[in-house]
Design a protein around this ligand. Structure first.
Ligand SMILES: Cc1ncc(COP(=O)(O)O)c(C=O)c1O
Length: 325
């Protein structure tokens, strides 16, 4: 891929999606005394400050191409905020009305941003007793029910990120190849905190296609590691955007998975803070989880190797949480 949006006049903001920078986290790795490299793709530099802009664009353009989305039709999707922000941007510039359905457990700045971008935001209460900031699979199931009702009521197109191939394709066609091109060296490992599993699967497929020796690991919260075959003893955790304890994810084919890693909410937070202090990289909880998992790989299975990770969204999305002082 040779095209870079930095040097071109863009017809719309959608053209600024993707082609994110990748940074060698050498300061952070040196500080921990580990040997090897962690290469971090700064997905928070997308226009909506997350990697999910990529899938929003791909799902909408696939649906347009397949005639599934008609001019003037409303688009609906459930979101932890990031896919919704991407869809608000893409639908906004393409002229579709967009309704985002989100749990009240996700941080409020996400809803405010989607509204600012012209989306209608429908907030869904969490399960009784659930804690704000900790969205479980049961909370997400409620959000899904409301999204399904809205699709029926409004004759809308559901940009279903758990099912539509565009989620996988965005990362298979773009994010994965960008990692390979930017790294300029062999990638020994890739690890990714899974929500839908689209980023993991798309990148893993592209990386393994180039070099079948690249080992790919799913990252889950401690206590909700069902993809690793463990029981969900602690479904509530602070790593927003994933870790929903859903045992089967459409895009995560077994041949793409070399292993599963668990990261606690506290370890994810600690690493996100360390990223900010040591690398000037201001990213969210799941970015912290991915880098903590990569550090664990350098300590264990992939000592001395090169690990690629995605820093999925911006630290700005969590100013209202306890991630920052
Ligand atoms: C911040 C963040 N990290 C990680 C993920 C998980 O990504 P994926 O759905 O591609 O597995 C999401 C998904 O919404 C997210 O918002």
């Amino acid at each position: 891929m040779t095209f870079s949006w930095h040097s071109h006049l863009l017809p719309s903001i959608a053209g600024a999606i993707g082609q994110t920078p990748m940074v060698d986290l050498s300061r952070l790795v040196a500080g921990t005394g580990l040997s090897g490299r962690i290469l971090a793709k700064l997905e928070y530099l997308n226009p909506g400050f997350s990697k999910k802009d990529r899938i929003a664009l791909q799902m909408i353009e696939d649906a347009e191409g397949q005639g599934l989305l008609k001019p003037g039709q409303t688009v609906v999707e459930l979101t932890s905020g990031n896919t919704g922000t991407g869809l608000a941007i893409v639908c906004g510039v393409k002229g579709y009305r967009f309704v985002a359905v989100m749990s009240r457990g996700n941080s409020p700045e996400r809803a405010r941003m989607m509204r600012a971008l012209g989306a209608e935001v429908v907030l869904v209460d969490q399960m009784p007793g659930a804690k704000v900031g900790e969205v479980s699979g049961d909370d997400l199931a409620r959000v899904d029910e409301v999204a399904q009702e809205l699709v029926r009521e409004r004759g809308a197109f559901r940009a279903d990120q758990f099912q539509l191939e565009g989620n996988f394709r965005a990362h298979y066609l773009n994010t994965g190849p960008e990692i390979l091109e930017q790294a300029g060296c062999a990638i020994d490992g890739f690890c990714d905190f899974a929500g839908t599993g689209g980023s993991f699967a798309g990148c893993a497929a592209a990386l393994k296609e180039r070099d079948p020796r690249t080992r790919c690991y799913l990252v889950e919260p401690e206590g909700a590691a069902v993809l690793a075959g463990q029981a969900a003893t602690q479904p509530n955790h602070p790593i927003q955007g994933g870790g929903y304890a859903i045992p089967h994810l459409t895009f995560v084919r077994p041949e793409l998975v070399d292993g599963c890693l668990q990261v606690s909410g506290n370890a994810a937070k600690a690493m996100a803070r360390k990223l900010a202090r040591t690398e000037g990289v201001f990213a969210g909880f799941s970015a912290g989880a991915n880098v903590a998992a990569a550090a664990a790989l350098l300590e264990g299975d992939l000592k001395g190797g090169t690990i690629a990770v995605l820093l999925s969204d911006s630290g700005l999305k969590y100013l209202s949480t306890d991630l920052w002082d």
